[in-house]
Design a protein around this ligand. Structure first.
Ligand SMILES: Cc1cc2nc3c(=O)[nH]c(=O)nc-3n(C[C@H](O)[C@H](O)[C@H](O)COP(=O)(O)OP(=O)(O)OC[C@H]3O[C@@H](n4cnc5c(N)ncnc54)[C@H](O)[C@@H]3O)c2cc1C
Length: 725
């Protein structure tokens, strides 16, 4: 049957060119046909319940809601997601909404994301037995309140106190200053009944540091605030407006002593403070949340790219560069567009596989922790920190570029792109600001290099630092050179890994060298009784950027390794030397499934565009020591050109493979059928109260916007014009 219009015909034609069945790719990504269908059924139920399945209609979210409308909509979808999970016994929406926003977009999102994991991971067995059933039955709604107006990153700067009252066996939670106001937590404004509040634990005037306390915020009968508590919504943000991110002030709020979460520390009735053996277990919630964020942002980047590729397939603009052309070109035909979108698609897939690898090592850690073995904790902590930083930066920058790829319509809320960009925007900040996260990884790295120099073993995940030939090099000049001698060598995953390993190793040793040579512990002399001493911490600040570069280079290697090892079926011939999985502490024993060749081409594109794209944030570090020569860069660039050509037929199929429903994309320009213009105009007419019949007094055509124009005329335009007459 012929397509109803030109855009839909263009979409059908482009889709028909694919070299593989995108549905099969969807099954591979989501763990098989059955799992995919279960997942899709959950989305369909939610979309039906929320009335967003018919994508011919303007989504409610775009209908010009006020703050209250946004919040009520958040409650509605949050409840639908929770009810579906309980009724159908699944965890599909544990970390993302039906539109793939991080689940804190729902006012109930902290229950699965941070509040719940804290109750499971940082409580004593008795506390767990009490709180977790209440959580699972949906009888309490939680939030996690750590950040204050005055401090976010620097935890020791937080000022809220929880002082033990030995007479009443209670803690008194208090906000002593304006800057100690808790600020930001999702659901803190109106929704949460309880909060895990991070506060300085004070006993007999002694501060025992930041600890988690369970504070009931609201009376469960009428939801009035408990005595001494003030909360409120912090208003409209760049995104995530469906939740009530809020503030809280505590004025001498009394809670039972046993509301200190005692998984890591204990306070006895007589005021004895007992430090737990496993203080570092406190990191467990953070690592869990970071792992979830990594998963989520990859999907959000993919959504933005899918919208932009579909639009670019049907959007025609100009007659291109052919002297004989008469018809207009779809914008995808322009090389810059093609390059941008395919390299972004490659990044989205890279994040998907890296996230899966991250979960594998996180699960290994939790299994070991249960057996009392903490040995993997530093590596997993360092990896989740850097991966959180890397993935959120790549995803938010990438989604913004995908938005720009859609020109003016990308700026319209109707494209679905502003909400994706807005929801991604805070990800580099929350749950550990990215530049601080990279430093945590760098700290682990510097310790690893000190061990290597002392001839001691290091974790498997960073053992390449000891074996990569450049490892002794500490300066910017290196004698090592990339061994690739022909363009086809760059297609070899082992060559790609070698290049990334070299860069990561060199930057790590370089940063270590800078730190050591800058740190001085000079002894006083007669001439200089108090010579300047540059402490390690000061040297750290001086060389913060090389340290961050080293951490970023490591994690980019991790991401590439994960992409390669997850998509390369292991063959009996492959030797351990050529195994493309140098990162994981213990590589997965099962062989990955067979992905379509285009996905492997996309993987190569990911590796090579990171090297040759001058806009790639760290590409200079591949060349600055001369490891990759100028000639090799030209060769890589030519190879990238070939790869892009090869992938041309599969651009849509690679996007379709993600299996996003039209409703979850929420885009007038990114729907499956390509019917862009009819949908844009249909939604535009539906804005602000729907269509209005035209032909009024002035006999003009209908206008959308309800009474907005009328009110504008009555209040401003009319008096203004009359005043001038
Ligand atoms: C949407 C959203 C949701 C949030 N949800 C919650 C929540 O549920 N619960 C909660 O408790 N908090 C929440 N937060 C707060 C969030 O965790 C903090 O905003 C975050 O930790 C950053 O802290 P900050 O805002 O104080 O930034 P700052 O620490 O002031 O950072 C500002 C700048 O200073 C730089 N900087 C700071 N320290 C260093 C350093 N040591 N080295 C180098 N550079 C540095 C940073 O790189 C950044 O560029 C949320 C925030 C947002 C935006």
């Amino acid at each position: 049957m012929a397509a109803p219009n030109r855009q839909m015909a263009l979409m059908d034609k482009a889709r028909a060119c694919a070299t593989f069945n995108s549905r099969e790719l969807t099954y591979l990504l989501y763990g098989g046909k059955e799992a995919t269908e279960r997942r899709e059924a959950a989305f369909t139920r939610i979309e039906d319940a929320l009335g967003v399945s018919d994508t011919r209609k303007l989504p409610l979210a775009y209908a010009g809601q006020d703050r209250e409308g946004q919040y009520l909509q958040g409650l509605a979808f949050g409840k639908a997601l929770m009810d579906d999970e309980i009724k159908h016994r699944h965890g599909i929406f544990d970390y993302h909404s039906h539109r793939f926003a991080l689940i804190i977009a729902s006012p109930f999102g902290h229950n699965p994301l941070m509040f719940g994991p804290t109750l499971r991971l940082q409580t004593s067995p008795e506390q767990r037995d009490y709180w977790v059933p209440l959580l699972e039955a949906g009888k309490i709604i939680g939030t996690y309140a750590q950040t204050e107006l005055g401090h976010g990153t620097f935890l020791r700067g937080l000022e809220t106190t929880a002082t033990l009252d030995l007479d009443t066996d209670e803690f008194v939670v208090h906000s002593p200053t304006l800057t100690s106001t808790k600020y930001w937590p999702s659901a803190l404004g109106f929704t949460a009944s309880h909060a895990v509040v991070m506060a300085n634990l004070v006993i007999r005037g002694k501060n025992h540091g930041m600890q988690p306390f369970m504070v009931q915020l609201r009376n469960l009968d009428d939801y009035s605030l408990m005595p001494g508590i003030e909360t409120g919504d912090i208003g409209v943000k760049m995104g995530l407006n469906s939740t009530d991110m809020g503030y809280a002030v505590f004025t001498n709020v009394r809670i039972p002593r046993t509301n200190l979460l005692m998984g890591n520390v204990q306070v006895l009735q007589d005021g004895t403070f007992i430090k737990g053996k496993h203080q570092k277990m406190a990191y467990a919630t953070m690592m869990y949340t970071r792992d979830r964020i990594v998963h989520n942002v990859g999907f959000q980047l993919a959504q933005a790219v899918v919208i932009a590729t579909r639009y670019s397939t049907v959007r025609e603009q100009g007659i291109g560069f052919s002297p004989t052309a008469t018809a207009e070109w779809p914008i995808m035909a322009y090389k810059s567009q093609h390059y941008r979108l395919l390299s972004l698609m490659a990044q989205a897939y890279a994040l998907f596989f890296a996230a899966a690898e991250c979960t594998t090592i996180y699960n290994q850690l939790t299994a070991q922790l249960a057996a009392g073995d903490l040995s993997l904790l530093p590596y997993v902590h360092a990896t989740t920190a850097a991966l959180k930083a890397y993935s959120t930066q790549v995803a938010s920058d990438g989604a913004e570029d995908a938005r720009k790829c859609c020109g003016g319509l990308g700026y319209s809320i109707l494209s679905g792109l502003p909400s994706i960009v807005g929801d991604l925007a805070p990800m580099p900040t929350l749950e550990g600001e990215n530049h601080v996260m990279y430093q945590q990884t760098a700290r682990y790295f510097m310790k690893a290099i000190t061990r290597i120099k002392a001839g001691l073993p290091v974790d498997d995940g960073v053992s390449y630092l000891a074996t990569t030939p450049t490892s002794s090099s500490s300066s910017s000049a290196s004698t090592a050179h990339c061994p690739a001698s022909s363009p086809s060598d760059f297609l070899n995953p082992e060559t790609q890994l070698q290049i990334f390993r070299h860069r990561a190793t060199r930057l790590a040793f370089y940063a270590h060298h800078l730190l050591l040579t800058t740190t001085t512990t000079t002894t006083p002399t007669q001439q200089q009784p108090s010579p300047p001493t540059i402490l390690y911490a000061q040297a750290w600040n001086t060389h913060m950027l090389p340290l961050i570069h080293a951490a970023r280079a490591h994690i980019e290697l991790f991401v590439l390794s994960a992409f390669i090892s997850s998509t390369t079926p292991s063959s009996p011939q492959s030797s351990p030397q050529s195994s493309p999985s140098p990162q994981s502490p213990s590589p997965s024993p099962s062989s990955p499934p067979t992905y379509p060749p285009s996905l492997l081409t996309l993987r190569t594109l990911f590796a090579l565009t990171l090297i040759e794209n001058p806009l790639s944030p760290s590409s200079i570090h591949f060349f600055e020591d001369g490891y990759v020569s100028l000639e090799q860069v030209y060769s890589i660039r030519a190879t990238v050109g070939d790869l892009l050509k090869e992938l041309g037929r599969d651009v849509l199929a690679l996007g379709d493979g993600w299996g996003f429903s039209d409703a979850c994309l929420g885009s007038a320009i990114g729907c499956w059928d390509g019917d862009v213009y009819a949908r844009v105009m249909g939604w535009t007419r539906g804005l602000r109260g729907g269509e209005e019949e035209g032909g009024g007094k002035g006999g003009g055509k209908g206008e959308s916007g309800g009474d907005m124009g009328k009110r504008g005329f009555e209040k401003v335009i009319g008096p203004m014009l009359r005043g001038r007459l």
